[in-house]
Design a binder for this molecule. Structure first.
Ligand code: ATP
Ligand code: MG
Length: 345
């Protein structure tokens, strides 16, 4: 009889290479938690293929079942045959809002052996904490007189004290476990209402964390420092739109999207959090068995850490780092990468 704790994991392999990179990630997750935890997986057939086949995006009944799980592991969603926005709004944003995943967490680390496009990358190891449920992406706004010369289209940025405070607090808590430095990124000289509120809340919450140093950068300056001096960053805290942009830039300075994991986190643990590689479904290589599962394997480390399994998570990260150091320049199949990483555990 096993005394392990059992976790229910919703698995959404999704489209394209999503289906190929999930199995090795599950194998790694299982091996590293042997004797600690058991996983019961529930697979959800969601994404472009289901939508093209049945016209279904995310049935309420399936959303309710997802809500009852402990965490979600997602491969990738997207297909060039599906109109832009349909799956982003109908599936990914719907999940994010329904599960109140208000922190979008994206670590960026330059691993030894990986080439950065920067000439002097320095020691890059920071995390972007992006607000995930408000700002310009909350869906407020509309379009009137559509298609006429008098058309008016608006998107409204909503920022609530409640929504900002909880993500600010998350950033400071995270900084306590890292290099104790939070940088607020905004545009408070122009977006004076929201910017002022963000800064005030950072100052207030920051006063409760005297050990954490906090500073501020305008988004435009932050995008420059990301290229000229990224090693200055520890925890970057920002809103939904700025976070979307700067995380892509962050992914590129650490040598591309192949090694970048992310989490959409409900930090109050009321609903499950979701972990996924930041790359997409890569239709150009889907089905060939050559997709790199490393980012998805790193996503399982984030998932385990979120469930309180810090040690197995750190083990995955150490093993992936060693694997990258040795093999970053080697062409390997999906299966080979999975096998090499498993062998090191
Ligand atoms: P999406 O809209 O789903 O984000 P995208 O076109 O923006 O898709 P990706 O699907 O991430 O981006 O693909 C971008 C490029 O990176 C493609 O050439 C793809 O083959 C490559 N790529 C993405 N992920 C991987 C991976 N895990 N292993 C190898 N190559 C990958
Ligand atoms: Mg993309």
């Amino acid at each position: 009889m096993s005394t392990n704790k059992t976790y229910h994991i919703a698995v959404i392999p999704g489209d394209g290479i999503g289906k190929e990179i999930i199995p090795p990630a599950q194998q790694v997750m299982e091996k590293v938690t042997q004797g600690v935890a058991d996983f019961e997986y529930e697979n959800f057939d969601l994404g472009a293929e289901r939508y093209l086949r049945d016209g279904v995006i995310l049935p309420d009944e399936e959303l309710e079942r997802i809500k009852k799980t402990d965490a979600i592991l997602l491969g990738a969603i997207g297909d060039p045959r599906v109109h832009a926005g349909v799956l982003e709004r109908g599936l990914l944003l719907k999940l994010r809002f329904a599960l109140d995943q208000y922190v979008n967490l994206r670590p960026s680390k330059l691993y030894p052996g990986v080439e950065s496009p920067l000439r002097n990358p320095g020691d890059i190891d920071f995390v972007v904490v992006r607000e995930g449920t408000e700002g310009l992406y909350c869906g407020a706004g509309g379009d009137i007189r559509k298609g006429t010369a008098q058309e008016v289209a608006t998107e409204v940025s909503i920022n609530t004290a409640y929504g900002v405070e909880r993500v600010v607090r998350y950033a400071f808590e995270l900084a306590m476990k890292r290099k104790k430095h939070v940088t607020l990124v905004h545009k408070k000289n122009v977006l004076v209402n929201a910017g002022d509120m963000w800064q005030r809340i950072v100052d207030e919450v920051g006063a409760e964390y005297p050990e954490v140093f906090h500073d501020y950068l305008h988004i435009d300056a932050a995008t420059i420092f990301m290229v000229t001096d990224p090693s200055r960053f520890d925890v970057l805290l920002t809103d939904n739109l700025f976070g979307d942009i700067i995380t892509d830039e962050a992914g590129s300075v650490v040598g591309g999207i192949g090694y970048s994991a992310s989490g959409c986190i409900n930090a109050s643990n009321e609903y499950p959090s979701m972990f996924e590689p930041i790359h997409g479904s890569a239709p150009d290589i889907a089905g060939k068995g050559i997709a790199n599962p490393t980012a998805t394997i790193l996503s399982t480390a984030m998932l385990l850490r979120h469930l309180g399994m810090d040690e197995p998570a750190a083990q995955i990260e150490a093993v992936v780092e060693a694997d990258i150091a040795q093999n970053a320049q080697t062409k390997r199949t999906t299966e080979e990468v999975g096998r090499d990483i498993l062998a090191r555990l």
